[in-house]
Write a protein that binds this ligand. Structure first.
Ligand code: C2E
Ligand code: CA
Ligand code: CA
Ligand code: CA
Length: 277
């Protein structure tokens, strides 16, 4: 209390230092996280607007550090991208999904497609397609069950180099989804060049759907455009019944969001969403 006068300054310094230290900590700890088994995958259902039934799910990584506690992907994925650690994390995630798929299929469960996020940085590795191929080969997993989600920004930068990789991944049997559509540049030209199956409308549009008429117009236009190109549309971040009803009127195919369910551990997903053949 006595030193209130420069308290503000001290606080400013401390917060810069602690931000810096936190990042250093996370960076160091991230390097060991795979070996120390600190990652798990949660799965969030994607359901048909028409039937309400599960038609897909997205694998989302979770990091539970014994001392730091849970660290959100929003915080550590950017650090993993900066440092290149994302390359190993990306392989770990895909392999886990393949192994999980095998477990579910051999338990005779009906498994919808599983979406896996690919980070922009992974496309810079010249061996992306072959390392992905190696994983599905090793695990003996059929890529037709897997959707690879790429963000607009990762694809936009360099269409020339991304295009052949996407075609190669498609030829293995993967489906391709564009993630966070509308959030980035939205240079529409690439959409007709890319071998895409699914388009995911960014949650920023969905969340303003019922309050901002322009977001509604854009969302409707994205859905109509997608259908015109034979793409399926998933709306992300659906949190209310009003949003769901609005998307239904717009003929959106699938929804994903807290209103349906949160990302959850495998056991919970099995219990609530997966049935025997
Ligand atoms: P994303 O790919 O756009 O994933 C959707 C995010 O939205 C997830 O956050 C999910 O939990 C959250 N979400 C789902 N429904 C709702 C909703 O109704 N409202 C709101 N506000 N949010 C909702 P999460 O799991 O924290 O992941 C954040 C981001 O981290 C992901 O965004 C993705 O870019 C990245 N990420 C997560 N897992 C992976 C991974 O395995 N690999 C890579 N490369 N990135 C990942
Ligand atoms: Ca995603
Ligand atoms: Ca997204
Ligand atoms: Ca994203």
């Amino acid at each position: 209390q006595a030193k209130l006068q420069n308290g503000g300054f001290q606080f400013f310094n401390k917060s810069i230092i602690s931000t810096f230290l936190r990042k250093l900590d996370l960076e160091n700890e991230l390097r060991w996280a795979i070996a120390k088994n600190q990652f798990t995958l949660f799965y969030q259902p994607q359901v048909s607007v028409e039937t309400g039934r599960i038609e897909g799910m997205e694998a989302l990584i979770r990091w539970n550090h014994p001392i730091l506690g849970p660290v959100s992907p929003g915080e550590f994925i950017p650090i993993a991208e900066e440092t290149g650690i994302i390359m190993d994390i990306g392989k770990w995630v895909l392999k886990e999904v393949c192994l999980q798929l095998n477990r579910w299929l051999s338990a005779s469960l009906v498994v919808p497609a599983i979406a896996v996020n690919l980070s922009a940085r992974q496309f810079l590795a010249p061996d992306l397609a072959s390392s992905i191929h190696e994983i599905v080969h090793q695990t003996n997993c059929n890529p037709k069950h897997i959707v690879l989600e790429i963000t607009e920004s990762s694809s936009m930068h360099d269409i020339e180099s991304v295009l052949p990789i996407l075609h190669e991944l498609k030829s293995f049997g993967f489906q391709i989804a564009i993630d966070d559509f509308g959030k980035g540049y939205s240079a529409l030209g690439y959409i007709k060049q890319f071998p895409i199956d699914i388009l995911k409308i960014d949650k920023s549009f969905v969340q303003e759907l019922t309050s901002d008429s322009k977001s509604a117009v854009i969302t409707k236009a994205i859905i109509d455009m997608s259908h015109g190109m034979d793409l399926r549309v998933i709306a992300e971040g659906v949190e209310t019944l009003e949003q769901l009803e609005c998307l239904r009127r717009m003929n959106c195919d699938m929804v994903q969001g807290y209103f349906i369910d949160r990302p959850m551990p495998t056991e919970q997903l099995e219990k609530h969403y997966l049935n025997e053949v």
